[in-house]
Design a protein around this ligand. Structure first.
Ligand code: CA
Ligand code: CA
Length: 145
């Protein structure tokens, strides 16, 4: 399970993309998933880098969220843009991380990502409700390093 290509089947990947679409029906926030093999930096530092690399600050409310996974390093992190951080406390993502970590420890990466994504959508909804004028500002496709 150390190869990024084998981390998720294409069916699993499509289920994850569908979960992002579903989560984004709850909130104006935009969620992306990035998966790569390993990171020499901490997961959160790398999440910030990837967030910038993917131009995820390109949202009207600055409410993009990246779920970053380094497969071989067995690390993950969640990072939200400044629009979110201005409104929430530092422990905002702890609940989402706990949900994910539980599944990851059991080796169920697909379910960890799906439940994490749906949980993030519920969390974001409190501060960034879905708007009728919503557009898909950031792609729901999984990004790979
Ligand atoms: Ca949207
Ligand atoms: Ca999106």
């Amino acid at each position: 399970m150390s190869k990024v290509e084998n981390f998720l089947t294409s069916e699993e990947e499509q289920e994850i993309v569908a979960a992002i679409g579903k989560a984004e029906k709850n909130t104006s926030g935009e969620i992306r998933v990035h998966i790569e093999k390993e990171t020499s930096a901490s997961a959160i530092e790398r999440a910030v880098e990837v967030f910038q690399m993917l131009n995820m600050e390109n949202t009207r409310e600055r409410n993009g969220v990246i779920i970053y996974v380094a497969v071989k390093s067995k690390q993950f992190a969640i990072y939200g843009d400044k629009g979110i951080n201005e409104k929430v406390s530092d422990d905002f993502w702890n609940c989402t991380k706990d949900v994910m970590a539980g599944h990851f420890q059991n080796g169920d990466f697909k379910q960890g990502l799906i439940d994490g994504i749906l949980n993030a959508g519920e969390q974001l909804k409190k501060h960034f409700p879905y708007l009728d004028s919503d557009t898909d500002e950031l792609s729901n496709e999984i990004s790979r390093g």
